[in-house]
Design a protein around this ligand. Sequence first.
Ligand SMILES: *Cc1c(COP(=O)(O)O)cnc(C)c1O
Length: 470
Amino acid sequence: MPSEPHTPGRQAAKTELFLDAAQRAAAYIGSSHERGVFPTEEALRGLDRFPTELNDAGIGADKVVAMLDEFGSPATVTSTGGRYFGFVNGGTDPAASAASVLLGAWDQNTALPVMSPVGARLDEIAARWSLELLGLPDTAIAAFCPGASVANLTCLIAARDALLLRSGWNVDERGLAGAPPLKVVASEEIHASVAKALRAAGIGTDQVVSAPTDECGRVRADLFPTVDETTIVLLQAGNVNTGHSDPFLKLIPGLRRRGAWVHIDGAFGLWAGASETQRRHTDGAELADSWATDAHKWLNASYDCGIAICRNPDDLRRAMAFSAAYMDSDAERAGAHLGLQMSQRARGAEIWAILAGLGRKGVADLVHRLCRRAEQMASLLDEAGVTVLVPPALNQVLVRFDDDETTEAVIAAVQKDRTCWAGGTVWQGRRAMRISVSDASTTPEDIAVSAEAMVRCWNRVAAGPGTTSE
Ligand SMILES: *Cc1c(COP(=O)(O)O)cnc(C)c1O
């Protein structure tokens, strides 16, 4: 007997609800270039209109969608409008956005191929294409996961278990207590998420030796600590402040000859490999043992989506496979056996959509284009007298306005101005503003009006208090 939810009337209501949501989504995306980047005070006050008491009967799905749009949309941070330069938050590729509507409706779980043949197929293709675009060995294994933090952790566990196994210690059976000591050599500039991953992998700060870096945040090959076959080396493609990458070609062959495991955190920087004009930044990255990268940053996939990659697929499988009578899988690629998650959305399907939509040239152009925009930003600011702290690399620009105090005031003013959004950082002891050009839709005009807004804010701050027009 058909249950009530499947009556024709119900079906029509569902269709209507869905079309309403899609229309609102399209309108939201359509207006993202006109909106101020950070929500207004009024929009933030609108958040108080969301019901805070859990309703007994529920308010109904159509009201929910309307409320999300009416109270929620104005209070979003517009990362999709071309002028959000905070952190390394990409926008969303139109193919990814639109595809994710359908993928959401599919509700596929890609833990095992038997749960989703289509998810498994697209996952396999997307993984292969990703390796090709990143310029990594086609014999490596790439697994989609929630982000670079998780990808770093996944690879670290694979590295730890592989190195310990080589010294005759099986972590699966014996755990970590009493295991032969491992050493970690990490760039002084390693991302905070890698430090967190080390902790989660049972590696303490006492086991970590720092590799000194230069004025651009690159590891110095001439001062690199000694390594052996019990060492995990953590390098970086794309410093989160400067965009610069470690000298892989100079370092990796020697490190691997000594038996060390080399891991590269390339959350955004690894994508330089997809562009002929930028590839020089990651020359030699392909020689490492494992890599972590993101698809939700430079590739503009929706959140959350990262990629963990291991040169030797067995190392990843050993670390991540598990056995459960009801879940055994002989499949080459089963999400549940390649990462920390069991249930997971079809991330590979979304990546497939982006890569198929853009093609090899489209991805290369995306990478190249955002680097050009970053250069444009750096030169406009430089011409206006702003201090560009390091020669810009990839899609990152690091600037400073006079002194620490002024820089902080300018950052606050820029964020309040709403033309664009950029965040602060400390670079080699000095306050700085980070500009990360990570939204595929950023145009030269976006850069021009944003640079102008930054300079305007600087002038206002420099003119001193009392001269603001608030
Ligand atoms: C963003 C970033 C990470 C963390 O990635 P998530 O996807 O946010 O987990 C790690 N390393 C670098 C260099 C990053 O830029």
